[in-house]
Design a protein around this ligand. Structure first.
Ligand SMILES: O=P(O)(O)OC[C@@H](O)[C@@H](O)c1c[nH]c2ccccc12
Length: 271
């Protein structure tokens, strides 16, 4: 008999379902609906896709700059960790958008970090988490998120469709993330979002290769905006991507390890 070892992604998603059940018993869905409509008045969506598109349209790289304290593959990557300071530093250096990890168990993230980062600047923010349930989509808007990440590896087609629609009905954008061809096909069939993330890191094994972007990009229709995600560390990485026609980037670790994350952003992306 073959014993299947659970991958890190499976562990994260299993734990996520428990976490959602705990949250639902603590804050009922109805309360969140109220909070989300209040947010739509006081923290109206800032136009995540549009901010990214704008940078690309004027010939620049569209950078989604990530705020994360730790990851399961690298442990703690930033200490001290002050989301508002990081957000301001990214904004000064011309980031198009922010990405804030809110998963606490594996990434040491928190919803408060998203709230603090967003309040400190004018940039649109994506809630970076493992979203598998409508409850989390509503929660994202309630805390002010302008966009959510949907990871195809965690979802079936019907769920992808539901969550994608729900987010857009709430006024948010959606970044759908794929890592291989079957996920790409699933995402194309079941989502309508324009933002298409290709993750260079395999969330089952942590294996990382920028070739994932090159191999999959040709199968993404040209009306979608491809975002290359993970493993961008040098100006050469950026140059290679841009030569191949990829102009939107999601970068975390390279910035988080720098004393001044915004300075690092400028170093990698300024022409
Ligand atoms: O730190 P990096 O290698 O620059 O990667 C950033 C981002 O792509 C990565 O954090 C990420 C991409 N998809 C995810 C899904 C969940 C958690 C994290 C991620």
């Amino acid at each position: 008999m073959q014993i299947e070892t659970p991958t890190i992604l499976k562990k994260i998603v299993e734990r996520k379902y428990e976490e959602i059940a705990e949250r639902k018993s603590h804050t009922p869905y109805g309360n969140l609906e109220v909070a989300a409509s209040v947010a739509n008045v006081h923290n109206a969506p800032r136009g995540f896709a549009q901010a990214l598109r704008h940078q690309v349209a004027i010939g620049k790289a569209g950078v989604i700059a990530e705020i994360k304290q730790a990851s399961p593959s690298k442990g703690i990557i930033r200490d001290p960790f002050i989301p508002a300071d990081i957000a301001r530093s990214y904004e000064r250096s011309g980031a198009a958008c922010l990405s804030v990890l809110t998963d606490s168990d594996f990434f040491k993230g928190h919803e408060d970090y998203l709230v603090e980062a967003r309040a400190a600047c004018k940039l649109p923010v994506i809630r970076k988490d493992f979203i598998v349930d409508e409850y989390q989509v509503l929660e994202a808007r309630a805390i002010g998120a302008d966009c959510i990440l949907l990871i195809a590896a965690c979802l079936d087609g019907e769920k992808l469709r539901e969550l994608d629609r729900m987010a857009r009905d709430l006024g948010m954008d959606v970044l759908v993330e794929v890592h291989n061809r079957p996920e790409l096909e699933l995402a194309l069939e079941y989502t309508e979002t324009e933002l298409f993330g290709i993750n260079n890191r395999d969330l089952h094994t942590f294996e990382l290769s920028l070739n994932h972007t090159f191999e999959l990009m040709g199968s993404v229709p040209s009306d979608r905006l491809i975002v290359t995600e993970s493993g961008i560390h040098t100006r050469d990485d950026v140059a290679i991507m841009r030569e191949k026609g990829i102009h939107a980037f999601l970068v975390g670790e390279a910035f988080m390890r720098a004393d001044d994350p915004g300075e690092k952003l400028a170093e990698l992306f300024q022409s």
